[in-house]
Design a protein around this ligand. Structure first.
Ligand code: ADP
Ligand code: MG
Length: 729
């Protein structure tokens, strides 16, 4: 039998465009939302009064009554059964990072031995999944080991379809018996409320008609595709999501020919299939293109209300996975599946939109609108500058550590890019001389420069910034491709809400002292511009000079997750989250613990996989080849040839010996380091030990394995090479 590698290369290379690959692009309007129980559909399935009650409760954010829940559950059941669903599930986002579900059948046996279809308000509103195995950071000790999922009416139920059938999925939050959040969604909803309140209060300075502000979010999702059979021949990809070894192909991304190049047919078929499925689920996928690295791609939906956008991104990841299998691909959502080419991110495009339809981060046409824009724009900048470390922590994970601060990804230093136009505007506002007393309207507006209308295509681009203003939204680019955006968005909403509250307090104080409202606003805006200068950076975020300059500016540059996470349990952070009702102290501490645990467990798995592959795959292949060379050398010697004539072979034998010996020794040393780390009780210390004592072996071992890959007979090399993984499509 030829080795698994060659079988998989052959399979991958001979894939035909199968029937399923010849996917038709469906007309979006004919399928959009087909599998979603939207408000519009509820209208058809609900009694008139209930429908009205529902609209009112959505509008006002009030609790849905028991009666209404009963009506909705019946309507939902009727719709789901009519559309072929056999089961229902509460769909939630536990802190494992993926989504979870527990399916229940709609049918129930009745006393006559027949089955009836049943779904009650109880089943809709609340469930108790057996949740003891989800991470909880010590929140659920055994006597209260219960977790509940509770319906989130602000995100519509949908039908998820697989080859095995259809399931009605009901988006829910996941909380403990004592009411503490055990998921990503509950805190996000709280942070949305906080920013709604804070932003509405400030927006009312400008327009009394504004009674609600909702963050909007558009998530760009980067990913890699790899042929399924090749993936299956790489235990490291299978178990850790990334390649732990592999010499970078002679042709990487240096030609930059992949970016926006034409999409290979097989990949295109996948994308079309994915889009069709997403549209049915109400995910408004709009763009698709190649990314910078070979076999790297991106898709992005049209932006939506933040809670829905995040649910949709979580769902998208599931659908991507599911559809990929149909096309014999595996989707890699890891931030850095291949060292040596670009990693993947998840750009979070965020802004604030009012009930009156105004984007508060869109520069206005009139001076008054500009003051409103400046207010929200500058408050966001100030919030990020005050809480850069919290934002940094919100994107920290073992996998994103490979990306942040690595050559081609946003650095671990949080800074904001504004583009030259808006920088000029801020400088002008800061330095303008504003009249102390406002004699007339015209006089006041002297301090506010006319902001040139920004054309989106002319806003400058800076791909190296972790947090950039892009025309009418901020783009948080440092979020990792596999992350749940709820965490960074919870933090962003919280810090901006907090900033807006402080802003309002300061402005009101000035107004009380007799300063005119607009002038008071302008005064505080100017103060914030001054105070938040250090966070603004327009240059190359990847450069070494920036690291030096950032340090001089006093900006943090926290490169590793366990240390980045410290900020969550600092007194100020705990107080901030408590004040705004996002996390209790116990919740902050629990999350800190869970994130640390996730971190070290990821490294623990990687270390084990490295050890196993080195010992059971790489070393044996090296020795087989080495033996062949030894036989060859012996033969030449027997023939009486002089040493000079087989010195190259001997040299290879020696090099193999040296590298193979090193990887075996290092793997053993790594095992010892792991053992030591495992014996540490304190979870933070343990995570740091994994980071500083275990992880450094990864690169050392990789280096020698990659050397071996270049000298060992290609026929004997057991793992698909990066050129095979990256260039076969
Ligand atoms: P890029 O130029 O970075 O590729 P696009 O203009 O294609 O950006 O948009 C990227 C994402 O930003 C899309 O999901 C888009 O819907 C979203 N987006 C656009 N405007 C807003 C906004 N006001 N709020 C939030 N997201 C937005
Ligand atoms: Mg972008």
């Amino acid at each position: 039998m030829s080795n698994l590698r060659f079988q998989s290369v052959e399979t991958a290379g001979s894939r035909q465009l199968s029937a399923i690959d010849k996917v038709e692009t469906k007309k979006a309007t004919s399928i959009f939302g087909k599998n979603v129980f939207s408000i519009a559909k509820m209208k058809d399935y609900l009694p008139k009064n209930s429908y009205k009650e529902l609209l009112a409760s959505i509008e006002e954010g009030t609790v849905i009554s028991r009666d209404l829940a009963e009506h909705i559950s019946q309507a939902m059941k009727t719709w789901a059964l009519a559309n072929g669903a056999s089961h229902y599930t509460h769909w939630f986002q536990p802190l494992t990072g993926s989504t979870a579900e527990k399916h229940d059948a709609f049918f129930e046996p009745d006393e006559n031995g027949n089955a009836i279809e049943k779904f009650t308000a109880d089943a809709l509103v609340q469930q108790e999944p057996d949740a003891s195995s989800f991470p909880n950071g010590g929140i659920r000790n055994t006597f209260e080991a219960r977790g509940y999922t509770a319906w989130d009416p602000s995100s519509p139920a949908f039908i998820f379809e697989t080859g095995a059938g259809k399931t009605l999925c009901i988006p829910t939050v996941f909380v403990s018996y004592t009411g503490e959040s055990l998921d990503y969604k509950a805190p996000l909803l709280k942070a949305n409320l906080a920013i709604d309140k804070a932003a509405t209060d400030v927006a009312q300075y400008f327009d009394r008609a504004i009674s609600k502000v909702i963050p909007s979010l558009g998530i760009e999702q980067e990913y890699f595709l790899v042929d399924l059979s090749l993936y299956n021949a790489r235990p490291d990809l299978q178990l850790t999501g990334r390649t732990l070894f592999g010499h970078m192909a002679a042709k990487g991304q240096q030609l930059e020919d992949h970016y926006f190049g034409s999409i290979p047919e097989r990949v295109l078929a996948y994308m079309v299939d994915l889009e069709n499925e997403c549209l049915k689920l109400g995910i408004p996928l709009k763009t698709r293109h190649n990314e910078v690295a070979p076999s790297q791609y991106e898709c992005a939906p049209m932006f939506e209300e933040i809670n829905l956008a995040i649910d949709h991104n979580q769902l998208l990841q599931n659908v991507m996975d599911q559809i990929a299998l149909r096309h014999h691909f595996k989707v890699l959502l890891h931030e850095k599946p291949y060292s040596g080419v670009n990693g993947s991110g998840k750009h979070n495009n965020w802004s604030l939109i009012t009930n009156t339809g105004v984007n508060l981060l869109s520069p206005g046409k009139t001076p008054k609108n500009n003051l409103m824009f400046l207010t929200f724009f500058v408050n966001t900048i100030k919030a990020v500058s005050e809480h850069a470390d919290l934002l940094r922590a919100s994107i920290a994970s073992a996998s994103n550590d490979h990306r942040l601060g690595a050559n081609e990804a946003p650095p671990a230093i949080i800074s904001i890019f504004l583009g030259s136009q808006l920088n000029d505007v801020l400088e002008e506002v800061e330095s303008a001389r504003v009249a102390k007393k406002v004699k007339s309207e015209a006089n006041l507006w002297h301090g506010i420069p006319k902001i040139p209308e920004l054309r989106l295509d002319t806003t400058d681009r800076n791909r190296t910034s972790p947090f950039a203003f892009t025309g009418n939204k901020f783009e948080f680019r440092a979020v990792g491709s596999s992350a749940n955006s709820a965490l960074p968005m919870t933090v962003l909403n919280t810090i901006v809400a907090n900033q807006l509250i402080e802003f309002k307090t300061e402005v009101d104080k000035q107004i009380k002292k007799g300063t005119k409202k607009d002038l008071a606003i302008l005064n505080v805006v100017r103060k914030y511009i001054k105070e938040s200068k250090a966070i603004r950076f327009e240059g190359n975020g990847y450069s070494e000079e920036w690291e030096i300059e950032a340090a001089e500016r006093g900006l943090s540059n926290i490169k590793s997750t366990p240390k980045a996470l410290d900020i969550y349990i600092k007194e100020e952070s705990i107080a901030l989250f408590e004040k705004l009702g996002i996390y209790t102290k116990r919740e902050s501490e629990a999350r800190h613990e869970i994130l640390l645990e996730n971190f070290f467990k990821k490294l623990q798995i990687e270390a084990r996989v490295i050890g196993e592959i080195v010992n059971s795959l790489i070393a044996p292949a090296c020795f087989t080849y080495q033996n062949q060379l030894i036989t060859n050398v012996k033969g030449l010697k027997d023939l009486g040839l002089n040493k000079e004539s087989y010195s190259s072979q001997l040299n290879i034998v020696e090099r193999i010996s040296s590298h193979a010996n090193t990887i075996l020794q290092e793997a053993e040393a790594m095992r010892q380091a792991r053992k030591k780390a495992n014996s540490i009780d304190d979870i933070r210390e343990k995570a740091i030990a994994y980071d500083e004592e275990v992880k450094p072996y990864f690169d050392k071992i990789r280096y020698h394995v990659n050397k071996l890959e270049q000298i060992v007979d290609d026929q004997k090399w057991p793992l698909p090479k990066l050129r095979e993984l990256l260039f076969i499509s």
